[in-house]
Design a protein around this ligand. Sequence first.
Ligand SMILES: CC(C)(COP(=O)(O)OP(=O)(O)OC[C@H]1O[C@@H](n2cnc3c(N)ncnc32)[C@H](O)[C@@H]1OP(=O)(O)O)[C@@H](O)C(=O)NCCC(=O)NCCS
Length: 194
Amino acid sequence: MTATLTPVHPVGARPTAVTALPGPPRPRPLGRAPTVAVRELGPTDADVLDAVFTGLSDHSRYLRFHGATPRLTGPVRRKLTAVDGRRHLAVAAFAPTGEPVGIARLIWLGLRDAELAVEVVDAWQGRGVGRRLLHAIAARGREEGYARLVAVVLAENTAMQALLASVLPIVAVETDAHEITLTADLRPALAGAA
Ligand SMILES: CC(C)(COP(=O)(O)OP(=O)(O)OC[C@H]1O[C@@H](n2cnc3c(N)ncnc32)[C@H](O)[C@@H]1OP(=O)(O)O)[C@@H](O)C(=O)NCCC(=O)NCCS
């Protein structure tokens, strides 16, 4: 995602409601998922990235990368596998078969802010995997001292907006023609109240 992320309101800014965001909900046909295993990814986990990307429909890739993305280019793939456990964190969810079904990641933006991205393969969407991944990456972000997560989401992506707002308190919302930048507070006291 390449959106401009400034200015962002300071931590402690008055929370902004995001319950009335526009756009129709997408179909949610499936029930809760069986238990998935979640683990942190390392730089040798490119196969996990590839498997999750393969499981995304064209529409999900569009929502995730904000444009038609038929394949991961070399530079993007290298960037997404360059996790270091500090400035670039990623966790993945695995089905009971061991198949990777989703990834959440944080990439350092400066100070104590990190950009958030989440993707769940289409066959597993709507079954609680995104929520599980978001809780896991938020916990890792807290451990690493991050205070805020910034998600740049297409305006039509009501699922991601609802997911983030249901897990963490949103302290800033910035809107332009096509994208909404949501800033969520990771501080434990606020997160506990979410
Ligand atoms: C957005 C995304 C990560 C959500 O993951 P998911 O596993 O499908 O979501 P979950 O099943 O964990 O749902 C958690 C919450 O998200 C929201 N949500 C999920 N899907 C939704 C939908 N289709 N419509 C509205 N809200 C939705 C709900 O608040 C839901 O809570 P609930 O089940 O208690 O109502 C997933 O749909 C996805 O990968 N989309 C394509 C890529 C993308 O958009 N990434 C975000 C860009 S950063």
